[in-house]
Ligand binder design. Structure first.
Ligand SMILES: *Cc1c(COP(=O)(O)O)cnc(C)c1O
Length: 470
């Protein structure tokens, strides 16, 4: 590393004045000041959604021919828009999968936006793409993949899964073509996964026009090699990809990767690993046995906005063989012919062209804090989950319904109905004590807690569990 810069640079000039936009300086300063204030503060757990008609009453008619000025616009945002949203980074938001960015990552989201980099193609985004690639290379190293692996950041796990599955199908089609077979098999292509794979896998299958073959899960719903084997034996001609999940969204369970990879390799079928939430667990040395086999997968996603302490929205998508993704996704057109595509082009590797370098907030925070701090933070979330799980086990009125693999806890309050869970959940949310939303486990209503925020205090969670007592 060197601090040398390539020659003297001109001092950037201010925006030309007069501009068609007039003088925006005061508005810019106010917006940046609010952003700085927000990044440095804890969040308000009482903020919540409101009906559109109420919102329209408050900020309706705000888009006018003459404009209202930046101060009015900003106060609408701070006083009405933001309070009508949920605090994803509140330490007591334990619902769905929340998001707990480091302050460095959140602040760097602003720097990323301010630099307005087109990071679809190397020609326009080289420096930013290179920095993002450092993060992807670090992830590939955690996966135990070769240095030739690579990918790009996309908006979310849904788009990451779609891009990977489309690449898998394209690779399967090319292989049939090379073997002198029709491009598509009799009966059409299919993806194999369990019922507990993320909903985006099924919606992506619809987008792609392929079938989903549901493999029965084990007693915890996990995909196993034993259940996958007969499905691959029967349908291997049609299956272009198997999707394994490391950290199911509902229960945080990790599929039997070792068994699954063995059978995918035997049939030479693409294995996509969906780690949108649980991919972060790769960083915790104690969890390594759960991830054994991942070194053989063909594609992988993890959402930094879930358990990797980055703000919305970012999904890291990594391919073992990026050239196969390029074959599927590269866009060509006369207006793109003259683009110098040397080095690395994220636009070639997923369903997108224009993109901002949304991996930079994670890059900045990783460079700032170092990878050890990330391991500590992931392990801290595991400790919190273990502490709360033990707390639940000690309470006779509660029961963990499934042994957790990662940081999702599913538990029941003995004797409660779905209506009682819903009423309790609403009451806690309105009081700003905790966001804990019920789900179902094996057709029974249960409560669900997700820990992705290392600043969550298990003592406060214990106080919340007290309200479920007696
Ligand atoms: C959240 C999630 C997704 C979808 O990710 P988005 O970023 O919300 O699009 C996919 N798979 C799993 C396992 C998830 O938990």
């Amino acid at each position: 590393m060197s601090s040398a810069t390539p020659g003297p640079r001109p001092t950037p000039s201010p925006q030309p004045a007069p501009s068609v936009w007039g003088d925006e300086a005061a508005g810019v300063a106010a917006v940046l000041a609010w952003a700085a204030y927000r990044v440095g503060r804890s969040t308000d757990p009482l903020t919540t959604a409101r009906p559109a008609d109420e919102l329209e009453e408050l900020i309706g008619g705000s888009i006018t021919p003459d404009g209202l000025g930046s101060m009015r616009a900003l106060s609408m945002f701070t006083d009405i828009v933001v309070p009508a949203t949920r605090s994803q980074d509140d330490p007591m938001n334990l619902a769905y999968v929340p998001s707990a960015p480091t302050r460095s990552a959140a602040a760097f989201e602003l720097a990323t936006a301010a630099s307005n980099i087109f990071a679809g193609l190397w020609e326009a985004g080289a420096g930013a793409i290179h920095a993002e690639n450092q993060v992807l290379a670090w992830l590939a190293e955690q996966l135990g993949w070769p240095a030739t692996a690579g990918g790009c950041f996309v908006a979310g796990g849904t788009l990451g899964n779609l891009s990977a599955l489309a690449a898998a199908r394209h690779a399967a089609q090319d292989r049939r073509t090379a073997a002198g077979l029709p491009r598509d098999p009799a009966g059409g292509w299919a993806i194999a996964c369990t019922a507990d794979a993320h909903s985006s896998v099924r919606s992506n299958a619809r987008v792609m026009g392929v079938d989903v073959i549901t493999v029965p899960g084990d007693h915890r719903g996990r995909l196993t090699g034993a259940a996958l084997a007969p499905v691959l034996d029967a349908h291997h001609e049609r299956i272009c990809a198997v999707v394994a999940t490391v950290g199911t969204t509902n229960a945080g369970l990790v599929d039997d990767l070792a068994g699954v990879t063995e059978h995918c390799r035997a049939h030479d079928i693409w294995l996509h690993v969906d780690g949108a939430y649980g991919g972060a667990g790769l960083l915790a040395p104690g969890l390594a046995p759960l991830y054994t086999g991942i070194e053989h997968a063909d594609s992988f996603i993890v959402d930094p906005h879930k358990w990797l302490f980055a703000p919305y929205d970012a999904c890291a998508l990594v391919y073992r063989r990026p050239e196969l993704a390029k074959a599927a996704h590269q866009q060509t057109a006369s207006y793109l012919d003259h683009v110098d595509r040397h080095e690395w082009n994220p636009a070639d590797l997923a369903v997108h062209l224009s993109r901002r370098p949304r991996g930079l907030p994670l890059w900045f925070s990783l460079v700032t804090h170092g990878t050890d701090r990330y391991r500590v933070a992931v392990e801290r979330c595991m400790e919190i989950a273990h502490t709360v799980a033990d707390d639940i086990r000690r309470r006779p009125e509660l029961r963990l319904v499934v042994p957790p693999d990662l940081t999702v806890l599913l538990f029941e309050r003995r004797g409660w109905t779905a209506e009682q869970y819903a009423a309790w959940s609403r009451e806690q949310a309105l009081a700003g004590r905790v966001l804990c939303v019920p789900t179902r486990w094996q057709d029974e209503p249960v409560l669900r807690l997700v820990f992705v925020n290392p600043d969550t205090d298990p003592g406060l969670v214990s106080d919340v569990l007290d309200t479920l007592g007696g």
